[in-house]
Every structure is written in structure tokens, then in C-alpha cells.
Write a protein that binds this ligand. Structure first.
Ligand code: GLA
Length: 739
């Protein structure tokens, strides 16, 4: 007892703060320390169907992470390693290298020291449970709660934290990770995604070494333009598709994010995932709660393939709007007309679209603004009234034309943005994000509206509300976002500028939620000049995502390959276009086949297609409608990676294994044909499958197999052997289980 007292006293003596500890606080501290030293060890199981995250509380009441891997029932042995295991959520103080939480307390103290208080698990339904672990600082009245939400069947864990305090004056949060995990392996390989506009989702692998590897975004909005907040960590060698221990994780947050991988001298790896602390210190008043976003993760000892299928199955149920709902084949006018359209041109396109079997027409950018008409990307953003010259009868009239042609009607918006050349900017120049005393920094000739300001939030909501309520017949919205933040600054936030990067995405999610509440049935596509906003905080409100403005089918193979590690095909908008991205000319069949691996659409002047092209497109659309459910709701199996092979191949297998689709693409001509056997995956070994090539072009390489029946075991062990020779050759194979 005396020893503890002296501890406190010593601590007090060295503290550089003027304020002395009150007697009451001293007694509380002494009691807490006494109780902490005699704490009985406790184990906490966070469990899914196949995996176990095991936490423990040591005799000093410190929460530790003991294990993350396949389920182990007998956990008695962990008692031996509990005391020396790493903290489950590290705070700056005792720990200095891989800080999940760093708080400057109201008296200036830089450190935090958390003690376990309690834990409980509640079941939300048959699949979902939430374990809540409360930790308290040993001295300050600060509380951290860790949440672990388990999705049992899908083997996904979602972790986040909340911080609240009762200190007399505000504290400042400098680091606020959602989760920290640690691993002990001989080597670590990290796979993540990098690129830029029109070249998103390139898969990169790096072997981690001692020190810290950070992947992050500081773009403020559209924060996935260069990288995505998702990663795969392979614990025993390079990442493999069907073998090896892999952790796959992604942060559900549309703002600045940070993933850190810190390897120490003893081969321990500490992973922290959360909102990016960069320029984001957050001043928090007493009795308010700071909530970090969810970090979703899974584990497999069977390679990356299983982690993807876990994420896709989870996403279809929880992570994307209507994940098991329908998706329409849509015609978009963007690469077809750009800004150059009027009622007559659109009516002609819509009429043709109806005849060809499309189900939805999406009117893209350029339909709005009158004083400064939106005839190119220099003007009009912010003025969301229909342009009377282009569309004299308004949007509902177009929606009616669509209806007459059996099409739904969709519309493009970019509600967070404004062109300086707009009536909105003339009225509210103080509504934009820009730093004081700096020149306006335009990108795509536009600025970002400061939605941290509640008035601007209301404005953005009202724009969408008005659009929907005044224009009957809109069934679909493409929500775009075409620039990121530079010269960060908010007139509204005054002297708390560093709140911008957290308050902006929070406000964005609020607007989206508010809109969704009033309009739950409208379909929405999240777009951000391509895949700049793809995360699982946003996606539950959107049915679809636009992965890239690059619509070159060859490039799309890799882009779609990358994003499908985490994001499912049911939302993957993939369009056949004239390919203005790089003007590469590829066969129409190849472009359709690539687009059919996701939600098929077209950006085409369909009224200008020649007879052969039109016939091919009509047949392809009809074929796609018959097979799309396997793409949307099937499990993805990657067969040959386009990163490692000239031939790329993937397949979707329906969850009950009744049917499958195999897609095979040759990226460039080969002198000698690729004659390798394509070993299929995921089928029922004992079932018989009938093989048919679909969406055929002018020739087939599969004549030997056509119409025949093979066992799943044969297809997976012997495989299919068919040559592919030419630039951009492709084949789509359907397998249907025979009863
Ligand atoms: C972004 C989108 C495109 C298109 C244009 C319109 O670039 O990614 O699909 O909607 O905006 O300006």
C-alpha cells in the first residue's frame, strides 16, 4: 500500500503541471492501482465461424491481444503468454512506437494509461454479436470503449473505438485509430492497392522490414483516388490465392485514412488502422463522445481467395445497398455525348436503348444550370435547375420517354461541388473550402462546398430533395465527386481548422443517411471521377460503384481484378464504351466479356451502331440477363492473375454450386498459343456440369468441350485446355449442374 502511495507521490513530483492532485483523486488512483495489481487474469473470445480473436486481461488489468487465427477451443495454454503479450489497443505513454491513441489531457499531460474495467457481449441476431470492452485511464476520467462486432457466418470482425472524458476542460486527440492488431511471424508480405485517376487499384506486394510502412490518404474527399484503405497481410510467405495465412482488412471511412505496419527488431508486427491523424488534432469537450470508424477484417489459412469470398458474402448482406437485389443493364450517355446533347438526341438514344433491351437510361453531366449553362466543366456546378435550352420540357418529360420505352431513368449529380462561375458561388463565396489568405486552388475548374457548415449541409440535402420531389420518375442517382481538397480551410470552423478532415466525411455521411431515409428506394451509384470513394461506410447506401473513368477493357481487367479483392461484383459498374480513355481498339466481344464480369452497362451512341455491332450488343445483353445472377451473387474464384500471366481468368460460382461462369482473357497476342490447362475452382467435385460457351464471337476455341458434361472433379483437377492466340481474345464459359 505504501509502495503504491509513493508511486503516486513520485509521479506527482515529476509532473510539470501546476495543479496538484486532489485528495479525492489520489484515493481513487490508489484504489485503482491496488485493484489493478491484484487483477485476476481473464480471457475474452471474439469468435466467428472459423476464426478466433483472443484477448486477455493480465494481472495489471491491461487488455492484451493473445491470438488471431483459426478457432482453438482449448485456450488454457494462453495463460502462460498473457503477461508478456502486446496490448490490444496501444496508447501513447508506456508505448511509443505504434500508438493507436494519443491524447493531450486538459492539464497538458501527453500520456494515457488504460486499465480494463469490464466487458460484455450482446447478441444482435443469429449472426451478429457485439463485444464491448470498457477501459479507463488510471488517473484521468477518460474512457475508451472498444467494440468488436462479429459477423459469424461471413467470418468478418468489425472493430472500432469510442473515446469520452469528464475532464474539466477539453482534451485534444492526436491519434485515434479504430483498431490495433499485432502478429508474430518470421516474415510479412503486404499487398495493397495504388494508382491514380483512371488507373486505380493496382495490386502491389511488398515485403515488410523493420520500421514503419504507412499507406494513407490526405486528400480529404475522394480519398481513394490513389490508394484504397484495404490491405492483405500474408504471414507465411508471399500472398497466394489458395494457400497461406492471410489477414484482409479495410477501413469503413470516406475521409482521410491511415494504415500503419510497424515491425520491430524481434519480428513483431503492429498494425494500426484508422482515420488519418494528419493535420487532424481534435479538440473534444467533456461529455462528448468521439467515435472512430469501423475496421473490418478477416482471416484465412487458405489464402487470399477465401478472404475475398468472406468479404463479398459479407458485403452482399451488410456492406452494400441491396446486395442481393437486382441491378439493371444501363445505358449512360457520358462517353456517348459528353455535354453535347439535347432532348432530340437523347430521345433518339433512349428509343434505341429500349429496343435493344436496356433497362435504365442514365443522363450524365451537363443537364443543368441556365445563367452559366453547364456546357463543359467550366461552369454551372451548384446551379441544379434543368437547362431549359437543352431540355425545354424538363427531366420528368425525359423520364416519361424512358418509361414509354420500358426504361427507368437515372441522373448524374455532384452535389458537394461548385464552379466559381455559378450563381451559387456568386451568392455564397464563403461556402467553399479554401485556406484564408491563399488563392483559390481550382481543380477541374471547381471548388468543394464546406459541408462542415450546417447551412451548407442543408443546402446539399435540399438540392437532392428538390431534384427528387420536383422531377417525378427518377429511379437512379449517380453521385459524383470530382476533386480532392487542396489549400484546406473552412470559414465555418474558425480556429478549429483541424476538424475539417473529420467533420467533412461525418457531414457527408449525415447527408447521405438523411437522403436515404426519405428516399430508400432510389438506386444510387457512388462515383468519384472513378473509384475515388470506395469504402464500406459509404457503400451501405449505394447499390453500385464506378471503379474508374478508364473504360479501356484491357486496363479494366486489372482495375477490376484489384478492387474485387474487397468489393463485390454485384455493385461493380462496368461499361462497354468507345474507349476514349486511351483509344485502344479492342473487339466488341472482348469489351462485353470484360464488362460482363460486373454490372454490365454501355456508354454508346447506340443509335449510331452499325448492324453487326447492334446485333452483337442485343444478343450480349440478352445473354447477360440470363447469367447475371451468377455474377452478382456468386463466389469469386481467381484462376490466373493478369499481373502474373498473359492470360487472365476468373470464375463465379453460385453459392449453392449449381452454376458457374468462367471468364478467360488474353491480354496480348502470342507467337505460340497459351496451351496451359485452366484448372477450375469452387465446383462441387461430385456433380456433373454441362459446358456451353456463351457470348460467342465469330469463332470458338471450345468446340471439343461444347455441350458436353464433366464432373466438378474433372474440371478442377484436369481442367480445360483451349488455345488463345490473338490480341484481346476472350471466352465466357457457362457450367450448369445436371440433376
Ligand atoms: C466524372 C465521372 C464520369 C462522368 C464525369 C462527368 O469524371 O467519373 O463518369 O460522370 O465525371 O463530368
Amino acid at each position: 500500500m505504501i509502495a503504491f502511495y509513493m508511486n503516486i507521490k513520485t509521479k506527482q513530483r515529476f509532473f510539470p503541471f501546476k495543479k496538484k492532485l486532489s485528495i479525492k483523486t489520489t484515493i481513487v488512483c490508489v484504489l485503482m492501482i491496488i485493484s489493478s495489481s491484484s487483477f485476476a487474469q481473464k480471457l475474452i473470445r471474439i469468435e466467428t465461424k472459423d476464426n478466433l480473436l483472443l484477448l486477455g486481461v493480465d494481472t495489471n488489468a491491461i487488455l492484451k491481444q493473445l491470438y488471431f487465427g483459426r478457432i482453438i477451443n482449448d485456450i488454457g495454454g494462453f495463460a502462460t503468454s498473457l503477461e508478456k503479450s502486446a496490448e490490444a489497443y496501444s496508447t501513447y505513454g508506456n508505448d511509443v512506437e505504434h500508438t493507436a491513441l494519443r491524447v493531450t489531457h486538459s492539464d497538458g499531460n501527453l500520456t494515457t494509461d488504460l486499465m480494463f474495467v469490464s466487458s460484455n457481449t450482446t447478441k444482435q441476431d443469429d449472426n451478429i454479436s457485439v463485444t464491448k470492452i470498457i477501459l479507463k485511464d488510471k488517473y484521468y476520467p477518460d474512457e475508451v470503449t472498444l467494440f468488436y462486432k462479429t459477423y459469424f457466418e461471413q467470418d468478418i470482425i468489425e472493430q472500432w473505438m469510442t473515446f469520452s472524458h469528464k475532464e474539466k476542460s477539453p482534451v485534444t486527440l492526436y491519434n485515434f485509430a479504430s483498431a490495433s492488431l499485432n502478429f508474430q511471424s518470421p516474415a510479412y508480405y503486404l499487398d495493397y492497392f495504388y494508382g491514380d485517376w483512371a488507373n486505380e487499384f493496382n495490386l502491389i506486394e511488398t515485403k515488410l522490414s523493420e520500421g514503419t510502412k504507412t499507406i494513407d490518404s490526405k486528400l480529404g474527399v475522394r480519398t481513394d483516388q490513389r490508394s484504397n484503405q484495404s490491405f492483405l497481410l500474408s504471414l507465411n510467405g508471399k500472398l497466394q490465392e489458395d494457400d497461406g495465412k492471410v489477414i484482409a482488412g479495410t477501413l469503413a471511412w470516406p475521409g482521410n485514412w491511415q494504415l500503419q505496419f510497424n515491425e520491430d527488431h524481434y519480428n513483431n508486427l503492429y498494425v494500426t488502422a484508422g482515420m488519418n491523424p494528419f493535420a487532424s488534432e481534435y479538440i473534444l469537450k467533456a461529455d462528448t463522445t468521439f467515435t472512430a470508424p469501423g475496421f473490418l477484417f478477416t482471416y484465412s489459412d487458405k489464402g487470399a481467395g477465401e478472404t475475398t469470398r468472406n468479404f463479398h458474402r459479407w458485403a452482399r448482406k451488410y456492406g452494400i445497398a441491396d446486395g442481393y437485389g437486382e441491378r439493371d443493364v444501363l445505358l449512360n450517355n457520358w462517353e456517348a455525348t459528353y455535354f453535347d446533347f439535347d432532348e432530340e438526341k437523347l430521345s433518339s438514344i433512349i428509343k434505341q436503348a429500349g429496343e435493344m433491351g436496356f433497362e435504365l437510361f442514365l443522363l450524365d453531366d451537363g443537364w443543368f444550370a441556365n445563367k452559366y449553362p453547364r456546357n463543359d466543366d467550366h461552369a454551372g456546378l451548384g446551379d441544379w435547375e434543368v437547362n431549359h435550352k437543352k431540355l425545354p420540357h424538363g427531366l420528368s418529360y425525359l423520364a416519361d420517354i424512358c418509361k414509354q420505352n420500358n426504361l427507368k431513368f437515372g441522373i448524374w449529380v455532384e452535389p458537394e461541388m461548385v464552379n466559381p462561375k455559378s450563381e451559387l458561388y456568386e451568392k455564397h463565396s464563403d461556402w467553399v473550402i479554401t485556406a484564408a489568405h491563399r488563392d483559390l486552388n481550382l481543380s477541374r475548374n471547381q471548388l468543394i462546398l464546406d459541408i462542415t457548415n450546417p447551412k451548407v449541409q442543408d443546402y446539399v440535402y435540399d438540392v437532392l430533395d428538390k431534384l427528387m420531389s420536383e422531377n417525378k420518375g427518377i429511379s437512379y442517382i449517380k453521385w459524383d465527386c470530382n476533386r480532392y481538397i487542396t489549400n484546406a480551410g473552412s470559414f465555418y470552423l474558425g480556429n478549429q481548422q483541424s476538424k475539417l478532415f473529420i467533420d467533412y466525411p461525418t457531414a457527408l455521411l449525415n447527408i447521405i443517411q438523411r437522403f436515404r431515409k426519405k428516399y430508400p428506394d432510389v438506386y444510387m451509384m457512388v462515383c468519384s471521377g472513378g473509384g475515388g470513394r470506395m469504402d464500406y461506410a459509404t457503400m451501405p447506401y449505394f447499390q453500385e460503384y464506378w471503379p474508374s473513368d478508364n473504360t479501356d477493357a484491357l486496363d479494366r481487367i486489372k482495375i477490376q481484378w484489384g478492387l474485387e479483392y474487397f468489393y463485390p461484383a454485384v455493385g461493380l459498374a462496368a461499361h462497354v464504351t468507345p474507349n476514349h480513355s486511351d483509344e485502344r481498339i479492342t473487339p466488341l466481344k472482348f469489351r462485353f466479356d470484360v464488362a460482363m464480369t460486373g454490372r454490365l452497362g454501355l456508354d454508346y451512341r447506340v443509335d449510331k451502331l452499325n448492324a453487326d455491332e447492334k446485333t452483337f450488343a442485343i444478343n450480349a445483353i440478352a445473354t447477360y440477363k440470363k447469367i447475371r445472377n451468377v455474377v452478382f451473387y456468386g463466389d469469386l474464384y481467381r484462376l490466373l492473375s493478369p499481373y502474373e500471366n498473359n492470360r487472365a481468368a476468373l470464375m463465379y460460382v453460385s453459392e449453392n454450386k449449381d452454376s458457374a461462369l468462367v471468364f478467360s482473357f488474353l491480354q496480348k497476342k502470342e507467337t505460340y498459343p497459351d496451351n496451359s490447362k485452366l484448372l477450375l475452382k469452387g465446383l462441387d467435385a461430385n456433380a456433373q456440369y454441362k459446358l456451353t460457351e456463351i457470348n460467342k464471337g465469330s469463332f470458338s476455341r471450345l468446340n471439343d468441350y461444347e455441350g458436353k458434361t464433366f464432373s466438378g472433379a474433372f474440371l478442377m483437377n484436369v481442367g480445360l485446355q483451349f488455345d488463345m492466340y490473338n490480341d484481346y481474345e476472350s471466352a465466357v464459359i457457362q457450367l450448369v449442374k445436371q440433376q
